[in-house]
Design a binder for this molecule. Structure first.
Ligand code: 3HC
Length: 675
């Protein structure tokens, strides 16, 4: 078995089984075959008294091999392999570093003991892939960490640190960082004579019914729309009432239902889509990057402040520039307040807050940006103003500095043309609140240099963003697709739908909010002409009456002091008034029509974006909508969803309402395939 990723070596009477399967020691077929043989060796060799199971490289087994999902199964299957290990009558010690995730942790749970280095993390993230731990995890975890902790781990999927795992009994001993093998061997020496070996499957899981019900209730909102959390909870619950073997069977049944359902397919699609998004077509992955040691941000408003925090949190110094002292102080004050709020919630220490703030240099002069490697403009959305600023930057910035605009709609090529160095210019479109939202659209101008684009895409990882490359077009990917949705939502109001109905359809679909709730949150007055006497739309009428959204206590909805919305009789009147003035007959609008006109149109726009090469791939569009707008991850983003819904049905729906169908979408429908 020379090219097997699994090797064995004897250290006295202890057999060390090592997996070396980069990048993450996923439990693919070759690993399973190798492990199976190694456990046979351990069983048949009487001179072996104990086994240490360890991984080479960056991590312990990070889970089943997700690329195998949906393909014909290859024997031996993971549950059988690890059951063989558990059944050994000599102790196995799992030695954990990096991340023991999913099937990886389930493997460790079949070992008789677990040791880990302090930096290790342990978890069952399957729920994030629309699944559950299907190799006994839901049955063994409650038997070792208790039902409450098992519910948290399985239904939420966040890993826990080795120290907590140690407190919970999941890890028997913490060994010195960097000395895992030595630590594991020393531990094995101590326990090698223990017989019978302790097996988690032989323990009991106990909980009163209230614990499980309380957990369901507490998290109902978080789990809304998702199938997998409920299935995880049901399995843990099964562990409390069924004998182990029956519990395993129950788990298998639930796992299979999820595995072949559309939600898991969607969530697995997003797992890979997110990783693919960072790859830039046509640019070598080893291209030399420009060093970014210092960043400049122009504008200390909400966006500028949020953008700044990303870099400070990553340990990169920022010079933030405003025109007036008051605005500068206010902006810096908000940054501090945000950090202090995180500290109050226990997410940061006071030391970390001060460290981040210590990296911030406020300034009133653009000249102070001369030593910055990257300068991000986050000022008023106006082409003339932006061009003026970029013209000035051109004279100030050092050669090779990257100049970025945070514009959400404007033409990046035009902005670049106001400098003598368009190759160094691109768009970095952050989403509000910029310190929270994970999406970053990186807008590649016609002249943007390859290394500039690659540098910014690489930097985005350091500031924990998911970055997607977009081309220069009005609204780039996300906001461009928002436009047809907004136009149709407004028309639907005129034709007889209410804001409540349209929003409800979107929320039931899984969006965090509908178009009118979003408008009220962002500000109905954004982009308004500010002339109360000029009323040409429902929006104008709302703005003229000071109904600017949540901030004014009234918008498309009425709000109480706690910002709870209620449908507004006044808004209904305004809509009625508009309708009668334009002689538009009122009719009943079905929920399906709302879907066809506000969601099918988004798919159509996405297809046009692809045709025009404004997105590199359909999955990038999905990433934009998941991370920038809260599209339900269990529907995989608009382009993946198009495949679930059926492209022929979408084309038919679009045609019914008279929309011009994108040729690419028509072609997909012709072949009855997704994107
Ligand atoms: N299967 C197959 N490929 C995987 C994988 C897996 N479980 N986990 C990661 N990879 C691949 C990634 O796609 C990526 O490939 P690429 O280089 O070609 O893009 C490469 O490994 C490196 O991954 P990351 O870029 O994510 O590396 P990081 O160092 O940032 O993160 C990690 C490492 C924390 C392990 C992260 O990859 C991760 O969270 N992986 C998924 C873990 C998971 O969900 N495990 C459960 C799987 S389901 C399961 O086990 C079912 C069982 O119950 C039966």
């Amino acid at each position: 078995m020379t090219d097997s990723p699994i090797s064995t070596a004897k250290h006295g009477d202890i057999l060390v089984v090592t997996s070396d399967s980069p990048p993450v020691n996923a439990l693919g077929a070759a690993v399973r075959i190798g492990l199976d043989k190694a456990f046979d060796e351990a069983a048949s060799d009487d001179s072996i008294k104990a086994v240490v199971l360890i991984c080479a490289g960056q991590t312990f087994f990070a889970g089943a091999d997700i690329t195998e999902f949906g393909k014909p199964p290859v024997e031996p299957m993971l549950p059988a392999v690890i059951a063989k290990m558990e059944a050994l009558d000599k102790p196995v010690v799992a030695a954990i570093h990096g991340t023991a995730l999913g099937g990886g942790l389930e493997t460790a749970l079949c070992a008789h003991y677990r040791v880990a280095v302090p930096s290790a993390k342990l978890g069952v993230p399957e729920v994030k892939l629309g699944l559950l731990p299907g190799a006994g995890g839901t049955q063994r975890l409650p038997r070792i960490v208790g039902v409450k902790a098992a519910l948290e781990m399985t239904a939420k999927g966040d890993p826990i640190a080795a120290k907590l795992a140690n407190q919970w009994g999941l890890v028997d001993e913490i060994v010195e960082e960097g000395k895992l093998l030595e630590g594991a061997l020393a531990f094995a020496e101590k326990i090698k004579a223990v017989r019978p070996v302790p097996r988690i499957s032989e323990r009991e899981a106990k909980a009163d019914a209230d614990t499980i019900e309380a957990f369901r209730k507490e998290n109902a909102r978080k789990f809304r729309g998702f199938d997998a959390p409920a299935a995880n909870i049901a399995c843990v619950e099964a562990a409390t009432r069924l004998p182990f073997a029956e519990g395993l069977e129950f788990e298998r049944g639930e796992f299979m239902k999820l595995m072949f359902g559309s939600q898991s397919a969607a969530q697995r699609h997003i797992f890979f889509a997110e990783r693919k998004a960072s790859k830039i077509d046509g640019i070598a992955s080893d291209i030399a990057l420009r060093p970014i040691a210092k960043v400049g941000v122009i504008g200390a408003g909400t966006m500028g402040g949020g953008i700044t925090m990303n870099f400070l949190s990553a340990g990169i110094p920022v010079t933030i520039v405003e025109q007036a002292e008051e605005a500068l102080n206010r902006g810096v004050g908000v940054v501090r307040k945000n950090y202090e709020a995180s500290a109050a919630k226990g997410r940061l220490t006071t030391e970390q807050v001060e460290k981040a703030m210590g990296l911030l240099t406020p300034s009133l002069s653009l000249d102070d940006l001369a030593d910055c490697d990257l300068i991000i403009e986050a000022i008023f959305e106006n082409m003339d103003v932006k061009k003026e600023v970029f013209g000035k930057l051109d004279a100030i910035a050092k050669p090779g500095a990257i100049l970025a605009s945070n514009t959400s709609y404007l033409n990046v090529d035009e902005i670049a043309a106001s400098t003598s160095r368009p190759a160094d210019v691109l768009g970095m479109h952050f989403f509000s609140p910029a310190n929270v939202m994970k999406l970053l659209e990186v807008v590649r101008g016609a002249k943007t240099a390859d290394d500039v684009l690659a540098t910014v895409m690489n930097l985005s990882k350091k500031i924990k963003k998911v970055a997607v490359v977009a081309g220069v077009c009005h609204g780039f990917i996300g906001n461009r697709m928002l436009m047809p949705r907004q136009v149709e939502a407004n028309k639907l109001l005129m034709e007889g739908a209410t804001p409540e109905q349209i929003d409800r359809v979107h929320v039931e679909f899984g969006m965090p909010m509908g178009p009118f709730q979003m408008s009220d949150l962002a500000g109905v007055d954004i982009g308004w002409h500010r002339d109360p006497s000029r009323i040409e739309s429902i929006r104008d009428a709302l703005c003229a009456e000071d109904r600017w959204g949540q901030k004014k206590g009234a918008g498309f909805y009425d709000y109480d002091e706690k910002r709870n919305p209620t449908p507004s009789a006044r808004v209904a009147e305004i809509i009625e008034d508009f309708r009668s003035r334009s002689n538009m007959p009122k009719r009943d609008i079905s929920d399906q029509e709302i879907i066809e006109r506000t969601l099918y149109t988004m798919v159509n726009e996405g297809a046009m974006i692809l045709e025009e090469g404004m997105a590199q791939r359909a999955s990038d569009i999905d990433v934009v909508w998941i991370y920038g707008y809260g599209w339900p991850v269990y529907r995989g983003g608009p382009m993946f969803w198009a495949g679930l819904e059926g492209t022929p049905k979408i084309v038919e729906g679009l045609k019914k309402h008279g929309f011009a169908v994108s040729p690419l979408l028509a072609e997909k429908a012709e072949k009855n395939e997704g994107f």
